[in-house]
Write a protein that binds this ligand. Structure first.
Ligand SMILES: CC(C)(COP(=O)(O)OP(=O)(O)OC[C@H]1O[C@@H](n2cnc3c(N)ncnc32)[C@H](O)[C@@H]1OP(=O)(O)O)[C@@H](O)C(=O)NCCC(=O)NCCS
Length: 162
């Protein structure tokens, strides 16, 4: 993929439905093997409801990014600052057909660019999500803890930025 063909930009309200499609498809691909399709549909239905996504797109305290290629959304990231100096990456999702082509790396870079000077970046990733864990290890994150949510075992990962 030519880097110039990929546009990483903040979402507008009209992106909510397409962002939801990216999330639903990527969630099933990632978590069905871990949780089962029914449970994934139930959680995704709540977490990725249009009202939730439009509220997040409109939030002045968070960054809702989309990755667009040829007019189509292929990825999405959502980040916020829950406490001073800590950047929390709440979601990073790339459609299965677009994975391992550098889209996730570009979105991670775009999030960091938006919050220069932050001391550390944190996230939770499901322990059984090999791709996700490999991606974050590759980008310099380390495991700093563990927690359970919705039947999943999350690893808490952190990267010191300065
Ligand atoms: C994790 C994810 C966001 C990474 O985005 P991506 O665009 O596929 O990643 P990139 O192409 O930028 O990959 C960068 C590096 O991540 C690692 N990586 C990515 N996919 C991998 C895979 N399937 N297996 C092993 N390592 C992988 C590799 O180190 C890769 O570098 P390399 O290709 O030079 O070996 C994407 O795979 C995804 O959406 N996965 C499903 C959802 C998810 O797990 N999100 C994170 C949890 S919130």
């Amino acid at each position: 993929m030519d880097d110039a063909d990929l546009l990483i930009r903040p979402a507008v309200m009209q992106d909510a439905e397409d962002a939801r499609r990216v999330l639903v498809e990527t969630w099933h691909d990632t978590y069905d093997p871990l949780l089962g399709s029914e449970k994934v549909a139930e959680i995704s239905g709540r977490w990725h409801a249009i009202e939730v996504l439009t509220q997040q797109i409109g939030s002045p305290d968070a960054l809702f990014l989309v990755a667009e290629h040829s007019g189509r959304l292929v990825g999405h990231a959502y980040a916020l600052i829950p406490q001073p100096d800590v950047l929390f990456l709440s979601r990073l999702y790339v459609l299965p057909a677009w994975q391992r082509r550098g889209v996730g790396t570009r979105m991670l870079g775009a999030v960091l660019e938006r919050y220069p000077g932050t001391a550390r970046m944190r996230l939770n990733v499901e322990a059984g999500n090999g791709k996700g864990v490999a991606f974050y290890l590759r980008h310099g994150f380390t495991v700093v803890g563990e927690r359970a949510e919705e039947g999943l075992r999350h690893l808490q990962m952190e990267e010191v930025l300065r």
